[in-house]
Write a new protein. Sequence first.
Length: 277
Amino acid sequence: MHELRQYCIRFYGQSALKWHMHLTKAFLSVIFSACTTLSWAEVTPTLNSDAIKKSFGSYGVEVLSQDDTTRIANLFSGDSESKICRTLAVTEFVLPMSPQLTEQHRAIRAGASIGATLRAAGFSINKKLLVKTETPAGKAFLTLTADTVSLGAPLYTKVYALFAQNGDQEIPYAVIAEAYHPDHFPPTHEEVSDEPHLQASAQRALASLRAALVAEGSIKTPAAQRTREEYQIAGPVQRQQSGHRPLASRPKDWRSAHLSGSKQASCRRCSLHLPSA
C-alpha cells in the first residue's frame, strides 16, 4: 500500500511537471510570435499606395519622367480619365543596382509601383526618414491635382531611403522625395537616418521635387488637364458629390487645420522641422 501511494505521488508529480513545461513552451511561443509580428510591422510599414487606396478607394501610378538614375511619378486616385495626384514622388535609384533586385527594378522602370513590387517579390520594406519639411504647391502640382489645391499651399514633404530587406540582409534601392496632397495623410516613418551619403542623395531628390512642383510645362498629362477643366465647370453640388472639397473650405495649411481641431490633422505634423530658407 505504501509503495502504491509513492507511485501515485511520483506519477502525478511528473504529470504536473510535464503539464507545466507544456504551458511554459506554449506561452513562450505566443510571446515569440508577437515579437516577430511587431518586428515585421516595423520593417514593413503600411505603404503609401495602401494608404491612398484606403482613403480614396483607388490607386494608380503614372510615370511622368524617367532616366537611368531618376524617376518622377504621379501617385493618384481616380481612374485614367479623372486622376487626382495624391503624391508627387521623385525617386533617385541607388546605382549600381543589386543583382537581387534586377527583375523588380525592370518592372518598376516599366511603370510598376515601387513598394508593392518589392513586397510582392517577397522582400520586406524598410524606410528610413532623411528629411521632413514642407514645399509650396506650384502650377504643375495644381494641374496634376485638377486645381483641388491652391497655388502656394504648403505641402507636407518628406524624403526617405528605401531598403529591400531579405532576412538580415538590407539592400538599398532608392532615395525618394514625396510631396503630398493636403487631403492625403501618408504613413509615418519612425526610423531616422543621418548617414552623409544618404543625406546628399536626399538633398538632390528634394531639389528635383521642388523643381517638378513648379515646372508646369514638363509634367502636364491629358487626363489631369481634362479633370482640371471638368472641375472648373462643375457646380458646387457636383463637386461635393465627386468628393472634391471647395478650396475655401479647406485649411490653408496643416497648422491651421490642427488649430481648428481637425481630426485629420494629427499631431505627427506638428513635429515638422522646417528649413530656414
